[in-house]
Design a protein around this ligand. Structure first.
Ligand code: NAD
Length: 286
């Protein structure tokens, strides 16, 4: 059987239309504030994608940039203003922050009803207890949407996740668990990674190590979701992105696979704005 390439851009287009229809019924455009400290080329590129998508669909997106030397108190003052501003529905803190900052404390200063990245302890607790109706972090939510819209069943399958970060690996594991997958979480300390990855029905790779997953790591018919994004060191001048999976090596073996770019990335962006629309609805519920 021919391998299916799961096209995240096509699904994003459908989600954009659905979102535009939903928010056209709102009394005003839902608004997202993106708070960034300092400048990093990667973060700048992600923010551009979010601003472009959000504005195209009809959201208001405000990018607030503080200087590299800003203190925790400076950022928390901005958060307090955004928390209290009725015209702001969702707030995200672009990570990573400069090394001198206390990321955990600043995240906690985001109002739970505006925490559209799902990173505050209130959101984490909800996901931890198996409730995916709150703010599921955008990458995890994007993966669930990708599987759902591609007609790939999750319940009863064995899902293997490579990567255990708070931002990606752990939320993906919890979200799949809540959908009744049997979940294995692999990481940099896992012995015999290939033994685990080969046993997956759904393999999700979020390690940030290009080429980590090759032929020996996959088996016939699997669904492979490649979350990893790293810049290709051999692409001179132009920014070329690579995933964690050696796409060409495994493509003939697996049943379905996401490309990089054009797989999970577009759904992460769309999922963030689904969370913003949900935040608007919850904040303005009568
Ligand atoms: P991270 O560096 O915080 O975590 C990486 C994880 O991979 C760690 O838990 C580590 O244990 C594991 N790991 C590293 N080397 C490994 C190895 N050799 N074998 C097994 N496990 C290993 O990164 P992150 O924030 O979780 O992001 C992971 C990747 O996903 C990055 O490339 C990032 O750019 C990308 N990302 C993509 C999207 C998207 O929308 N496509 C969104 C967020 C992050």
């Amino acid at each position: 059987m021919e391998t299916r390439v799961l096209n995240g851009r096509e699904i994003q287009t459908v989600l954009a239309e659905e979102l535009a229809a939903t928010i056209s019924l709102f009394p005003r455009a839902p608004a997202l504030a993106i708070v960034q400290v300092g400048e990093r080329p990667e973060s700048d590129a992600y923010i551009r994608q979010k601003v472009r998508f959000g504005q195209r669909v009809g959201f208001e997106v405000n990018h607030i940039r503080l200087g590299e030397q800003a203190s925790d108190a400076d950022v928390m003052k901005v958060m307090a203003e955004l928390n209290g501003d009725d015209r702001v529905d969702g707030i995200i803190l672009q990570l990573p922050l400069p090394a001198h900052m206390n990321t955990g404390v600043i995240i906690e200063s985001i109002h739970p009803l505006k925490d559209v990245d799902g990173l505050t302890s209130a959101s984490v607790k909800r996901l931890f207890s198996g409730d995916t109706s709150g703010f599921v972090p955008a990458t995890a939510k994007g993966i669930l949407t990708l599987l759902d819209r591609s007609g790939i069943e999750v319940a009863g399958t064995h899902a293997v996740i490579v990567g255990r970060s708070n931002l990606v690996g752990k939320p993906v594991a919890l979200a799949l668990l809540s959908l009744n997958a049997t979940v294995t979480l692999c990481h940099s300390g896992t012995a015999d990674l290939a033994k685990h990855t080969r046993s997956a029905d759904i393999l999700i790779v979020a390690a940030g190590k290009r080429g980590l997953i090759g032929r020996e790591h996959v088996s016939r018919g699997q669904t492979v979701i490649d979350v990893g994004i790293t810049a290709d060191p051999l692409a001179e001048g132009k920014r070329k992105l690579l995933g964690d999976v050696d796409f060409d090596a495994v493509k003939e073996i697996v049943g379905a696979i996401t490309p990089v770019p054009g797989g999970v990335g577009p759904l992460t962006v769309a999922s963030l704005f689904e969370n913003v629309a949900a935040a608007f609805e919850r904040l303005h519920e009568k």
